[in-house]
Design a protein around this ligand. Sequence first.
Ligand SMILES: [Ca+2]
Length: 153
Amino acid sequence: MKRLVCLLAIGALCAIGIGCGAPPAQDAEPEIGNVELVERFHRTRPNTVIVAAAEGDFDGDGTRDLGVVYRDERDRFRTVVLLDRASGPQFTNAHKAPVERQVLEVKDIDGKLPYELVVRGRKGPNIGYAIYRVEDGELVDVFGSNMADCCGN
Ligand SMILES: [Ca+2]
């Protein structure tokens, strides 16, 4: 009888939303400052989930852009930069991204602007990373290490 009361109590707590209502962590998107860029991205590419993001000026125009790794509806992971342009949001081409533990960083690799985007992550035991730079609106692969083994299809 005590067990039944206990289960009922837990059920009641769940029903009013205490302790059981947390959304699944894998679908929670990271906190991102530039909401307009993210909203435009999701309108353009529905059914995608941003799994990692880093804000920085990647095209050197003084506005804060957003480097993201996203998962699409076919479970593919991609890196893209969302550019905050005067004419409106603009997206670069995408590159294959690591499938687990993705981390994005804004770095000044070469000592001059704009900043580079560093992506690292893994697939099982395989760790890879890459450095990208935005050149004329294109996301250019500057350097990569072991990306073939840590990226999906
Ligand atoms: Ca910018």
